[in-house]
Design a protein around this ligand. Structure first.
Ligand code: SAH
Ligand code: SF4
Length: 403
């Protein structure tokens, strides 16, 4: 038989790669069903926020303007934080007016903003179609910096039993403009424009994709938004200052590592598949071993940037010392740290937070094994700063107002 007509012999890793590619296609097709509305106003003006550089060039080309205008606009939008074309002093008045007739530089509307006694600030942002999502600013206690926790979806398809967002159905994905817009609106509220050059300290210096939703189920919009914030001529956040948290969407973890190289946080929460199947139902599709394999393949595992494992401490459910030892065994060899998250109760939830003593015992075992294991103290308790809680409080208020 001629070699050309021999059936191709494929190695197990090729087969795994094929399966992953098929899965990615399926995930992408599903994401498209929940696509955001076009970033356009009722009067037809297009929002320039959220366009890639190439798209911005194309929009300007369509109105007869040269590519260097895109560079100028990028600087005004993402470096200076301008929202008004009339402020753009390097652009002549007639062109400013022409741009204002066709385009806007949008921000989500602030439905509510609350600052906690510990300086955590939380916004509920409303988008053009009336949908809402939460953003939280969490100051770092030791430094003059902090992280902005951003949402990627309105609701979530996954139903982790301890998570309040998990009780809300997925309404839709957020668009790139809405994802970047959360960070930009947060910067507006702290007056932190222009974007710093280099490592000049800024309060809003880090992004964590840990708000509402599963970012890897809205990968295209999240990736586009992160490329915008990483662009060196704009907001210019280094990929080291961005962390994406996933409940373990294995095929997309690979893609995120290859294409974005941002830090990864994995919501592990259990060390046995039977328990994780229950509290993180996605585990039935991508079990613990598959998630850990994807972590080993993730670029930061080989270049010593640590992967964060998030572990929510649920009293009597996943917080025994035996489980701490098993956790250490599972992640041994990975450059990792473990974030122990005290469960933040919400009305109707059946879990209780672990006791302080149990938390300390668990943390000590993880720490003794050489992993940093900060206990992420609940911040902003007084403003319901846990995932998904503010949005529900607002819905309850408006339902109350209607009745
Ligand atoms: N969907 C992604 C990212 C958003 S959830 C993921 O699951 O990783 C981000 C984090 O919020 C998760 O680690 C989750 O464990 C945590 N979280 C959800 N509900 C919580 C609660 N009631 N108390 C404390 N943390 C919670
Ligand atoms: Fe969705 Fe994350 Fe909440 Fe699970 S923990 S329901 S994946 S937002």
């Amino acid at each position: 038989m001629h070699a050309d007509i021999l059936p191709a012999i494929r190695s197990p890793s090729d087969l795994a790669a094929d399966m992953n590619a098929a899965e990615r296609e399926r995930i992408r097709a599903k994401a498209a069903l929940f696509a955001p509305p076009p970033a356009q106003l009722a009067d037809g003006r297009r929002d320039l926020v959220g366009l890639s550089r190439e798209e911005l060039v194309a929009e300007l080309d369509a109105i007869g303007e040269k590519p260097f205008r895109a560079k100028q606009l990028w600087h005004w939008i993402y470096h200076q934080g301008a929202t008004d074309f009339a402020r753009m002093s390097s652009i002549a008045r007639p062109l400013q007016e022409k741009l204002a007739e066709r385009f806007v530089i949008g921000r989500p509307e602030t439905a509510t903003a609350q600052t906690s006694s510990d300086d955590t600030r939380k916004w509920l942002f409303r988008f053009r179609d009336g949908q809402e999502a939460e953003t939280v600013y969490i100051p770092d206690r030791r430094e003059d910096r902090g992280a902005v926790c951003i949402s990627s979806q309105v609701g979530c398809t996954l139903s982790c039993t301890f998570c309040h967002t998990g009780t809300q159905r997925l309404v839709r994905n957020l668009g790139a403009a809405e994802i970047v817009g959360q960070f930009m609106a947060a910067r507006d509220s702290y007056g932190e424009w222009p974007s710093p050059k280099g490592e000049t300290p800024r309060l809003l210096s880090t992004i964590v994709l840990m708000g509402m939703g599963e970012p890897l189920y809205n990968y295209d919009n999240v990736a586009k938004a992160m490329r915008i914030v990483m662009d060196g001529e704009g907001i210019a956040l280094s990929r080291r200052r961005i962390t994406l948290s996933t409940s373990g969407v294995v095929p997309m973890m690979d893609r995120c590592g290859e294409e974005l190289g941002i830090n990864l946080a994995v919501s592990l929460h259990a060390v046995r598949n039977d328990l994780r199947d229950e509290i993180v139902p996605l585990n039935r599709k991508y079990p613990i071993e598959a998630v850990l394999d994807a972590c080993r393949r993730y670029p930061s595992a080989s270049n010593a940037r640590r992967i964060t494992f998030e572990y929510i401490m649920l009293r009597g459910v996943n917080d025994s010392e035996a489980e701490a030892r098993e956790l250490v065994r599972l992640i041994r060899g990975l450059p990792a740290k473990v974030n122990l998250i005290p469960f933040n109760p919400w009305p109707g939830s059946s879990f209780k937070p672990s006791t302080k003593e149990q938390l300390a015992k668990f943390a000590a075992i993880v720490m003794d094994a050489g992993f940093a294991s900060p206990i992420r103290m609940p911040r902003g308790r007084d403003i319901l700063a846990a995932c998904g809680q503010l949005k529900t409080a607002s819905e309850r208020l408006s339902a109350g107002a209607k009745s």
